[in-house]
Design a protein around this ligand. Structure first.
Ligand code: FES
Ligand code: FES
Length: 155
């Protein structure tokens, strides 16, 4: 039995230790906002936070996550101060097909937690997620808007 702290709650799943975290989140816990894209740490569709850091959950065995680690998925992001990321995404109508967007928002929110005022190159370097719809310019604008809102909220 694996125990995880996910979105502020304790969750348990009967899985083998080498099961990727992504499949525990999606198939066992029913949190399907986190997506499967490539399965090989390339696209970022599976991005979640573990203790505030963005990780690609497709390639992390669940046994590598201690029960005390705080996991946040896109479903839990709205309960954090970084819900401004989702608000900026909605305001700028960033998503096209939407498939990559939960991972994009998780990567963006982790970046903003580490760097409250990222430059354009910080954002380009910090978010390496792939979007086949090409939403990159709107992603950039939304991260900049979210950073502005976070700075105003902190003032
Ligand atoms: S599905 Fe994990 S990086 Fe692509
Ligand atoms: S919005 Fe379609 S893949 Fe990114």
């Amino acid at each position: 039995m694996t125990e995880l702290n996910i979105n502020g709650k304790v969750a348990r799943a009967e899985v083998e230790g080498d099961t990727p975290l992504l499949w525990v989140i999606r198939d066992h816990l029913g949190l399907t906002g986190t997506k499967y894209g490539c399965g090989v740490v390339q696209c970022g569709a599976c991005t979640v936070h573990v203790d505030g850091a963005a990780i690609r959950s497709c390639s992390v065995p669940v046994s590598a996550i201690p029960p005390t680690a705080r996991i946040v998925t896109i479903e839990g992001l709205g309960a954090t101060r970084l819900k401004v990321v989702q608000q900026a995404w909605a305001e700028l109508d960033v998503a096209q097909c939407g498939y990559c967007q939960p991972g994009m928002m998780m990567a963006a929110s982790a970046l903003l937690a580490q760097n409250a005022s990222p430059s354009e190159s910080d954002i380009r370097d910090g978010i390496s997620n792939i979007c086949r719809c090409g939403t990159y310019p709107r992603v950039l604008a939304a991260v900049q808007l979210a950073a502005t809102r976070l700075a105003a909220n902190a003032a």
